[in-house]
Ligand binder design. Structure first.
Ligand SMILES: Cc1cc2nc3c(=O)[nH]c(=O)nc-3n(C[C@H](O)[C@H](O)[C@H](O)COP(=O)(O)OP(=O)(O)OC[C@H]3O[C@@H](n4cnc5c(N)ncnc54)[C@H](O)[C@@H]3O)c2cc1C
Length: 331
């Protein structure tokens, strides 16, 4: 990218962005390079199928014409975010040629929760530097653990660490059944830098500064505004109680909630809202050193249409670039 004139920067969690923070600059960089190497682009033309004769790819059929070619690369993307043009056509083209498609599922997708009212109350609240883990409470098994940013939405939770968690959850065995039984829990540690003892000390200090205040007015320094009511509700401490009347047991309960806020996961947002699609063209049917189909000669695959996906951070783009490079370099 740098060689093509696009300066990039690395942010926390290995995430790469253009220094301008504008995606249009990435697009411009590609457009410039395509012009340089004289690539002919057919705009507003939809590929309807691949032309194959005697087991050899011969071109594509579009809604306007047949285009002959010695080789064809299917790089139609996944099925998620259809607004960007990727509606899953490539799966059908490959299927018609005898390829198998592994199950298509949303991945890197926001999660919905059973505590809808609670999430609605905290909608828009973005949390930085929180610890999370997603647990199967039937088996007491941690499915995913992370630290970073997340956000509450009207339906549940989203943000980088939630999206990464979703890509592990989507593959978890017997998931639908566990979700239905409310056995998948998101644990949020709102103060991961403080041990329970240190957090209790901190709360005691805050309380001693506002002895005559009501409990409901005592948490401003500790928690974001939108979170105060929900945490008070969870703690089951009477919000009207004077701070100096709060018992040690009640304080322990408050500490416990802040260190382990539990949200029951209901499921995933639809594939339309998933950043990537998990599943796709079976990798066993593709030669990894050329990206050529093992079924049809001269037919290649690149990008998200293949059954490969990764975390956010540019890794999915890297998959698209690397497979595209490999498929394209043999032309
Ligand atoms: C909101 C969002 C944020 C993302 N953020 C990140 C990120 O931070 N890091 C990361 O690594 N990945 C990210 N991704 C994922 C990444 O963009 C994709 O994995 C990557 O673009 C896949 O590249 P691709 O070339 O395989 O497919 P696409 O980029 O989807 O391109 C496929 C193209 O094929 C065209 N097409 C499809 N069918 C037809 C047809 N029948 N005829 C003609 N044209 C057709 C489509 O119009 C589209 O232009 C994000 C995705 C989204 C939606």
């Amino acid at each position: 990218m740098k060689k093509q004139g696009l300066e990039v920067k690395e942010e926390r969690g290995n995430r790469i962005f253009p220094v301008t923070d504008r995606s249009i600059d990435v697009l411009k960089c590609f457009e410039k390079r395509l012009k340089e190497v004289k690539v002919k682009i057919f705009f507003e033309e939809i590929v309807k199928d691949i032309i194959v004769e005697d087991g050899q790819a011969k071109g594509v059929k579009t809604n306007k014409q047949n285009i002959n070619a010695d080789k064809v690369i299917i790089a139609t993307g996944g099925k998620s975010y259809p607004l960007t043009g990727s509606t899953g056509d490539g799966y059908e083209f490959a299927k018609r040629q005898g390829h198998t498609i592994t199950e298509i599922k949303p991945s890197l997708v926001p999660l919905t929760c059973f505590e809808k009212e609670l999430c609605l109350e905290m909608q828009g609240l973005s949390l930085r530097n929180v610890g999370i883990f997603i647990e199967d409470i039937e088996k007491n098994k941690k499915i995913y653990e992370d630290f970073g940013e997340m956000i509450f939405t009207h339906f549940g939770v989203s943000g980088p660490i939630i999206l990464s968690g979703s890509s592990h959850l989507v593959r978890y065995k017997n998931l639908d059944n566990l979700l239905q039984k409310k056995k998948i829990i998101l644990h949020i540690d709102l103060k991961p830098a403080l041990s329970k003892e240190k957090l209790d000390d901190r709360i005691l200090r805050d309380f001693s500064e506002m002895k005559n205040k009501k409990f409901k007015n005592s948490l401003d320094k500790l928690l974001p505004q939108k979170m105060i009511n929900p945490i008070i509700e969870f703690s089951k401490i009477n919000p009207e109680k004077q701070v100096n009347e709060i018992t040690k047991k009640e304080r322990e309960q408050l500490v416990h909630i802040i260190k382990d806020l539990k949200i029951t996961i209901k499921g995933f947002r639809p594939i339309d809202e998933a950043i990537i699609t998990s599943g796709g063209i079976n990798i066993k049917e593709i030669n990894p050193s050329t990206m050529e189909s093992k079924i049809v000669k001269g037919l290649y695959f690149a990008g998200e249409v293949i059954d490969v996906d990764a975390y956010t951070g540019g890794f999915n783009l890297q998959i698209a670039y690397s497979t595209g490079f490999t498929a394209g370099k043999l032309f």
